[in-house]
Design a protein. Structure first.
Lengths: 114, 410
C-alpha cells in the first residue's frame, strides 16, 4: 500500500489555523539538520539519541500531515526500540520520500493561508 | 463596570516546534494564554512558579525530563493546587495510553492533533478545573456574602487559608495566609509612594484616628482613582488564587468589621464572572423561542419534544428533578422539579461525555445517601442525555428505568 505524501485533511486544518505557510518552510529548512543528527547518532552507536531524533522527526512529519515520511520515521523508530534487526528504509527510499514531501509542501505553502 | 476576561494559562511542553505551534494557536483560539516549554526541565521550572499554569499538555518523549516522569512529579506535590495534565504523544498503542493514565494524566491526546478534538478536550479541562477548584461552594458563599451586611468568605485548603472580606455587599480586602499583603506593602511596591511616606501616613492615622485612604488622598500621595485601580488589581489576583485552591472547605462567616483598606470595590471589579453566577436550575424558556446561547440550535421538533419529555420524566414515581443536557458542553436544555445544582450534575455527566460508554450501556445509575441519579441517552447525535434524580427510598427502580427509557428519543 502506498501512502499519500500529504494528508489533505491535515493540510486543510493547518491552512485554517493559518499555520501552513509558516510551518512547511520551517520543516523543510530544519529537516536536514535533524537528519544529520540522526546520522551522527547512528555513527556514534548512541541508541537513545537515535530514538529521540527519530521520534521527533516522526512526530513533526505526522503533525504536518507528511504521511509517507512519518511512516518511514515510525519504521526507523520502531527498529531502534525493538532492536530486532528489522530493516530501515534505504537511503535512496528515504531521499525519494523527502524530495517528494518537500515538493508537495512547497506547492501547498505557495497557496496562501485563508 | 470593568469586564474581567476569564483567561487561563495553559502550559505546553513539547520539543517538537510544529506540534507546539499547533497547540499554541489552538489554545489562543480558545481565549487562553499559552506558555511554551521546549523540554521537561523548563516545564518543571515553570510549574514551580507562584502563578504556574494549572492546565498542562506534556509531550511524552522530550529531552531532560520526559512527560511521564513530569506527570508523576506533578502528582507527588501534595501541597500544590490541582494541575490538570494531558499527555501528548504519537505513541498510540493501548499500553502506552494506559501507562500515561497510570502516571497520573487526566487525558491522553495522540498526534497528529485533530483540531476540533483538541479544542473539545481543552474545554473539558477548563470545565473540570473550574469544578474541582473552589468553584461551586465559593460561588454560593460569595452570593451569600453579597446579600449580607458583611463578613468573610473563608477558603481553606490544608494549611492555606484565603479570606475575602465583604462589607455591605462589596469587597473590602482579600488575603492568603502564606502570602504577604498589607496595604502599606502594596503601595510601597507601586513605586510612586515611598515606604517613609506610608509610615508617616500610618502614624497620622494612629494619631488622629483618620482613615488610611483619606489621609493618602488628602496628602495628595495618590488619587482615589489610582488607589482604586491598584487595589482592584491586587485583590483580583488574590481572589483568583483563592478560587484556584484544590478541594477546599469554603464557608461564609457573617461578621461586622471595619474594612481593611477603607475602600470598597464592586464584586464585578475583582471577582471573575463565573464566580458570580449562582449554580441553580435555569428558568425554562421555550427552546423554540430562545435557542441555547452556545449556538446549538434545536430543531423545531426537538424544541417541542424536550419540554414534553421533561414533564413525562418528572411524573415518574419518586422523581425529584429531571433535566436534559447537551453532552458536548454541559449546556442544560431544560429542567423540571426541584432546583438542580448544575455543576454537580455536570460533574457526573462529564464522565459519560468523555467516553463512548453510551455505545454499550442503556443507562448509568449513581447512588448517594439520599438520591439515585439515572443518566440515559436522550439523543445520540448530537449526544444529549436525560437526567433523573429520584428519592433513594424508591423501590420500583426497574419501573423507573423503563419509564425513563420511554422519555428518550435516541
Amino acid at each position: 500500500m502506498t501512502l499519500p505524501i500529504l494528508d489533505p485533511s491535515i493540510v486543510a486544518s493547518l491552512r485554517n489555523l493559518k499555520l501552513l505557510a509558516r510551518l512547511y518552510p520551517l520543516f523543510i529548512t530544519t529537516l536536514p539538520g535533524h537528519l544529520a543528527s540522526l546520522q551522527a547518532a547512528v555513527l556514534a552507536g548512541d541508541r537513545p539519541a537515535q530514538r529521540m531524533v527519530a521520534h521527533l522527526l516522526r512526530g513533526s512529519a505526522s503533525q504536518l500531515g507528511a504521511l509517507a515520511l512519518a511512516h518511514a520515521f515510525t519504521t526507523i523508530e520502531e527498529a531502534i526500540v525493538q532492536e530486532d534487526g528489522r530493516p530501515w528504509p534505504t537511503p535512496a527510499e528515504l531521499d525519494a520520500l523527502i524530495e517528494a514531501t518537500i515538493t508537495a509542501m512547497s506547492d501547498a505553502a505557495r497557496t496562501p493561508d485563508r | 463596570m470593568r469586564v474581567i476576561v476569564a483567561l487561563m494559562r495553559v502550559l505546553v511542553a513539547d520539543d517538537d516546534p510544529f506540534s507546539a505551534a499547533v497547540m499554541e494557536v489552538l489554545i489562543h483560539s480558545a481565549g487562553h494564554e499559552c506558555v511554551l516549554a521546549r523540554d521537561g526541565r523548563e516545564a518543571w521550572q515553570i510549574l514551580q512558579t507562584a502563578d504556574a499554569p494549572r492546565i498542562v499538555f506534556l509531550d511524552w518523549m522530550m529531552p531532560e525530563i520526559d512527560g511521564i516522569e513530569l506527570c508523576r512529579r506533578i502528582r507527588e506535590r501534595a501541597t500544590h493546587e490541582y494541575t490538570y495534565v494531558a499527555m501528548l504523544s504519537s505513541r498510540n498503542k493501548q499500553r502506552d495510553i494506559t501507562l500515561g493514565f497510570q502516571s497520573g494524566a487526566d487525558d491522553f491526546i495522540t498526534k497528529p492533533y485533530q483540531t476540533e478534538e483538541v479544542l473539545a478536550r481543552l474545554r473539558v479541562a477548563e470545565r473540570l478545573m473550574r469544578t474541582t477548584s473552589a468553584g461551586v461552594n465559593l460561588r454560593r458563599a460569595i452570593a451569600e456574602a453579597r446579600a449580607s451586611s458583611g463578613g468573610d468568605v473563608i477558603v481553606r485548603a490544608e494549611h492555606r487559608v484565603g479570606r475575602i472580606i465583604f462589607d455591605r455587599g462589596r469587597v473590602a480586602w482579600a488575603h492568603v495566609s502564606d502570602e504577604p499583603g498589607s496595604l502599606a506593602t502594596i503601595l510601597a511596591g507601586e513605586g510612586s509612594i515611598t515606604r517613609e511616606e506610608v509610615r508617616a501616613v500610618i502614624e497620622e492615622c494612629s494619631a488622629t484616628g483618620q482613615n488610611f485612604v483619606d489621609v493618602l488622598v488628602a496628602w495628595e500621595l495618590i488619587t482615589r482613582e489610582q488607589l482604586r485601580s491598584v487595589l482592584a488589581r491586587w485583590i483580583r489576583a488574590k481572589i483568583a488564587r483563592i478560587a484556584a485552591f484544590a478541594a477546599p472547605v469554603v464557608i461564609f462567616s457573617p461578621e461586622s468589621r471595619a474594612a481593611s483598606s477603607g475602600m470598597l470595590l464592586d464584586l464585578e471589579e475583582v471577582i471573575a464572572p463565573e464566580l458570580l453566577q449562582t449554580a441553580t436550575t435555569p428558568a425554562i424558556a421555550s427552546p423554540s423561542t430562545s435557542p441555547p446561547a452556545n449556538g446549538h440550535t434545536l430543531s423545531a421538533d426537538l424544541a417541542r419534544k424536550i419540554p414534553q419529555s421533561l414533564v413525562q420524566a418528572i411524573q415518574i414515581d419518586g422523581a425529584l428533578s429531571a433535566a436534559i443536557f447537551d453532552l458536548r458542553d454541559g449546556l442544560c436544555l431544560g429542567a423540571r422539579g426541584e432546583a438542580l445544582d448544575l455543576d454537580l450534575v455536570w460533574s457526573k455527566l462529564r464522565l459519560a461525555a468523555m467516553s463512548d460508554l453510551w455505545d454499550d450501556l442503556e443507562d448509568i445509575m449513581i447512588s448517594t445517601r439520599q438520591h439515585i441519579y439515572i443518566l440515559r441517552p436522550y439523543t445520540k447525535s448530537p449526544p444529549r442525555s436525560i437526567f433523573l434524580a429520584i428519592d433513594r427510598a424508591t423501590t420500583k427502580l426497574g419501573m423507573v428505568r423503563r419509564a425513563l427509557a420511554e422519555c428518550a428519543i435516541e
